[in-house]
Design a protein around this ligand. Structure first.
Ligand code: F6P
Length: 550
């Protein structure tokens, strides 16, 4: 029992029951589960919005799922969920509400923070973004010299980059192809250099995205972008207004930087950085795809929000995905989770999920301030199939680690592709289905022998199978479907954080590195003595300075 009266997670009867169940199940085989229940392939599926979710290829029985749902109930997942939707300050270490769901609430919804309905402000910003996006897209918004804007460069990092950059890739076929949209995040000058080297400054709009507007990488890049623009245009500060807009919660810092706050699109401290791309942080995306498509995406988010909030536990998809992660992480010692989209457009999807999941649930201290003694967030990784098949799938199939994986695919290729390329889609999807089949059921030694394989090669060509996967299939990749997918993962992460009793909405673990970088920089530039520098870093800094010619 901890100070708040909550029993330690791994001492609850529900946890103990799961541990016992796991022991009893032993090496449960997917081949056997499917043989015992011919209806499993249809029965172990759920639908949310446009997403068909097959969880039949998991090492679970009805009893496993029942026990996992009991764990969710006992750990207060549903109460915390309702508190989140109501706008309570469930981010306790920062004393903040967690209301990314308000970003996609309908105009007439009422969601209060500190007694104030936040929904009108959300829609006021969305309307302002829409007006701006339309002006850029129509050519009504011109640069300092009167030229039409043809290039949009978003400068931000973490949640102020990954979301819009990912979504821009996902929805590329919905974008205005006359616009060049680029994303700069790395403080390595190479990033900005490559982004602007072939652009005409007179036609370029910079969107500076930073919740705090103090993030060193973003402010450094924004300053360099401003210098580049003013030099290219041989103009003074007055040119900034037509070429720089800001997305932030910090009007003071935006003004200090020199951006007119009339050109600032606001959001609020109750939107976490990694939960923010459907806020003003999505402006670059909205310019690219247009306000109507952006709103379709928000509608998609809302479908899954409503489902998560209201669907019974038995058919609640984010709950199920969260529980499956707990099952493998806490009861099978799985360390990582792969997300493997079979769509080239989802090339940045897993990178986005890495921040969403790992910055949210990569914590060893519980809400009660005590160290947890159970596993928390997994390492999330993956790239689009089929490329991964020719790189790291070997390890998933025949390695020594259990790696649960999500496979995401679409029935339709994107509409704008040539017919010949569309025909390739069936081959892509044949791989999609084949992989989860191979992972689940493998190939027995007898099956290998039956192919005439020499005995000494039989062990090498045997696939043990039993690798668990979730398959998520949708008709086509639309803005709405993207919103649905992101909300699905947001709420999955929420469920896991609630069960593990951690605050999924702070990120104190990123602070130390930031502070140390600030301290070390003068040692690199001026050779300054940094008090308390360890021997290894001291020697590295000296070597760096020598190699840098200082
Ligand atoms: O350092 C981590 C972090 O705070 C993320 O949580 C956030 O998304 C990113 O930095 C960028 O922060 P900001 O939007 O304030 O520049």
């Amino acid at each position: 029992m901890n100070a708040e009266g909550r029993t330690r997670l791994n001492q609850t009867p529900e946890w103990t029951a799961l541990a016992k169940h796991r022991e009893g199940l032993g090496e449960v085989r997917l081949r056997e589960l499917f043989a015992a229940d011919p209806g499993r392939g249809q029965g172990y599926t759920l639908q949310v919005g446009d997403l068909y979710v097959d969880y039949s290829k998991h090492l679970v029985t009805d009893e496993t799922l029942r026990l996992l749902r009991e764990l969710a109930a006992a750990t207060g997942v549903f109460g915390l969920r309702d508190a989140m939707f109501r706008g309570e300050k469930i981010n306790t270490t920062e004393n903040r509400a967690v209301l990314h769901t308000a970003l996609r609430a309908p105009r007439d919804a009422v969601i209060e923070v500190d007694g104030q309905n936040v929904v009108p402000a959300v829609h006021a910003v969305l309307d302002k973004m829409a007006g701006f996006a339309e002006r850029v897209r129509s050519g009504a918004w011109t640069g300092h010299t009167g030229k039409r804007i043809k290039n949009v460069v978003n400068i931000g990092i973490g949640g102020s980059d990954l979301g819009p950059a990912m979504a821009y890739e996902v929805l590329r076929s919905y974008t205005d192809r006359g616009l060049t949209v680029r994303f700069v995040s790395n403080v390595d000058g190479a990033d900005l250099h490559e982004a602007v080297r072939d652009l005409d400054a007179a036609e370029t709009l910079f969107i500076i995205a930073s919740k705090t507007f103090t993030t060193i990488e973003t402010i450094t890049n924004a300053t360099s972008a401003r210098d580049w623009l003013l030099t290219e245009l041989s103009a003074g500060q007055e040119a900034v207004a037509k070429h720089f807009v800001a997305l932030s919660t910090n009007a003071g810092k935006v003004a200090e930087f020199g951006i007119d706050t009339a050109n600032m699109f606001e959001f609020w401290d109750w939107v976490g950085g990694r939960y923010s791309y459907d806020s003003a942080i999505g402006l670059s995306l909205m310019v690219a795809i247009g306000p109507d498509r952006f709103r379709e995406m928000l509608d998609g988010f809302r479908v899954v929000d409503e489902h998560f909030r209201t669907a019974p536990a038995e058919s609640n998809v984010p709950l199920l995905l969260g529980l499956l992660g707990v099952w493998y992480g806490n009861f099978h010692d799985a360390q990582s989770h792969a997300v493997l989209p079979y769509s080239h457009y989802l090339s940045k999807f897993t990178a986005y999920l890495q921040q969403l999941d790992m910055e949210s649930n990569g914590k060893y201290v519980g809400r009660d301030g005590h160290e947890v003694d159970w596993q928390t967030g997994p390492v999330v990784w993956g790239t689009p199939g089929t490329n991964g098949q020719h790189a790291y799938y070997q390890l998933i199939h025949q390695g020594t680690k259990l790696i649960p994986a999500d496979f995401i695919g679409f029935a339709q290729p994107v509409a704008e592709m040539a017919e010949g390329l569309k025909a390739q889609h069936d081959l892509l999807m044949a791989n999609f289905f084949a992989q989860t089949q191979a992972l689940a059921f493998g190939k027995t030694p007898d099956e290998v022998r039956a192919e005439g394989v020499p005995e000494e090669l039989v062990p090498h060509k045997t696939f043990q199978g039993n690798h668990p996967t979730t398959t998520i299939l949708a008709r086509e990749l639309t803005p709405s479907v993207l919103g649905q997918l992101i909300a699905l993962y947001e709420h999955k992460v929420f469920v896991q954080g609630a069960i593990w009793n951690i605050d999924s909405f702070d990120q104190w673990g990123v602070e130390l590195g930031k502070v140390l970088a600030k301290r070390v920089e003068p040692a690199l530039t001026e050779g300054a003595e940094v008090p308390g520098l360890d021997a290894s870093t001291k020697a590295l800094v000296a070597t760096y300075r020598e190699l840098r010619g200082r």
